[in-house]
Design a protein around this ligand. Structure first.
Ligand code: ADP
Ligand code: MG
Length: 323
């Protein structure tokens, strides 16, 4: 039997390495971080609960990746550089294969972003993973939700909708070939946090407001609009669909790009004068970006087709307590 302390030591404590950032890592009552002088700390938590955020029996490696990815996505949406994270884990049993897979997925992504595990908590219970990330950024650079301004362009990184399509495939709401199911499921199980893009947008002062799209674009964009006291017109057919969704009809494309969920792309607003610099920044980090609309003084979100005609799509963001 694996004791709690053996489990932590074996799967989550790593030999100290040159990239270590924490002044004191796992093992004491607290970890110690020494912030870079003059920088602000960005902090965010995200919890994943079995049966709610992922299927029972989900692949442990992918779950390790996704648990950290959704947290790094919040740092990306703020424009912060990842530094460290904590991991609170409730496990039904100390299953060695599961722990090894989970830790491998988690650390592969952590190392890719130079983000160090500095502590956490481990307990027996229904499988629940809660990560808190710490990042840093210069004062005044954070991409706040409340910072959109009338006249800003509305931008989306990457592509939308394939994660929702994978879910629809699992639920038999749509028919997908095995290859299509697998390709779209990659987006659902192993999302890519747009950290490098978010940092460039913040560091170069290119964007005003940003949010990461976790609960569906229309709902998440709604947070920017509300907190900024502005509105927007968005061209739904300009939304970049994931490669599998792109082969489907317009109705499904519109629904899943506009309100799919689990995309972990960035939605950001920026002055029109920044267009060329944004395209260059996005190109330099290999993340495509697409301009999909405009921020306006008139509140509310207006969805239009390519000809500018109003679309009446009944779309809603995902709300855990409404479903
Ligand atoms: P305490 O009882 O003081 O909260 P614990 O005995 O729970 O401390 O944890 C011992 C050390 O192991 C602490 O430094 C804690 O941060 C770390 N730790 C516990 N669980 C994890 C985990 N899942 N991942 C990383 N570090 C962990
Ligand atoms: Mg404890």
């Amino acid at each position: 039997m694996l004791s709690e302390f053996d489990l932590i030591k074996h799967y989550f404590v790593r030999p100290s390495h040159a990239a270590a950032r924490a002044t004191l890592g796992i093992g004491d009552d607290c970890a110690l971080l020494t912030p870079t002088p003059g920088m602000q700390t960005a902090i965010s938590s995200d919890m994943l609960v079995e049966g709610r955020h992922f299927f029972a029996g989900a692949d442990a490696f992918k779950l390790g990746h996704k648990s950290l990815a959704v947290n790094l996505s919040d740092l990306a949406a703020m424009g912060a550089r990842p530094v460290a994270f904590t991991l609170a884990l409730a496990l039904p049993a100390a299953d060695r294969d599961w722990l090894a897979g989970f830790a491998a997925g988690l650390f592969a992504l952590a190392d890719a972003h130079g983000c160090e595990l500095i502590g956490g908590d481990t307990t027996k219970g229904p499988l629940t993973i809660c990560i808190t990330v710490f990042g840093e950024l210069a004062p005044g650079q954070a991409l706040r939700r409340a910072a959109a301004r009338p006249g800003d362009d509305l931008w989306i990184s990457g592509t939308l909708g394939d994660a929702r399509l994978a879910l629809a495939g699992y639920w038999n709401e749509v028919t997908l070939s095995e290859a299509e199911q697998q390709a779209s499921a990659v987006r659902m199980h192993t999302p890519t946090p747009r950290v490098a893009l978010g940092r460039l947008l913040a560091e170069q002062g290119l964007a005003h407001a940003a949010i990461d799209i976790s609960d569906g674009l229309v709902g998440d964009l709604g947070h920017i609009l509300k907190m900024s006291g502005v509105g927007a017109t968005m061209e739904v057919d300009a939304l970049p669909a994931g490669p599998v969704l792109a082969t489907r009809d317009a109705a499904l494309r519109r629904a899943y790009t506009a309100a799919g969920g689990d995309d972990y792309e960035l939605c950001f607003t920026a002055p029109a004068g920044a267009r060329a610099a944004i395209l260059a920044a996005a190109d330099s980090v290999g993340t495509p970006v697409t301009r999909v609309g405009r921020i306006e003084a008139e509140t509310g979100l207006r969805l239009v087709d390519a000809g500018g005609q109003a679309l009446d799509l009944r779309l809603a963001g995902f709300d855990h307590f409404a479903s």
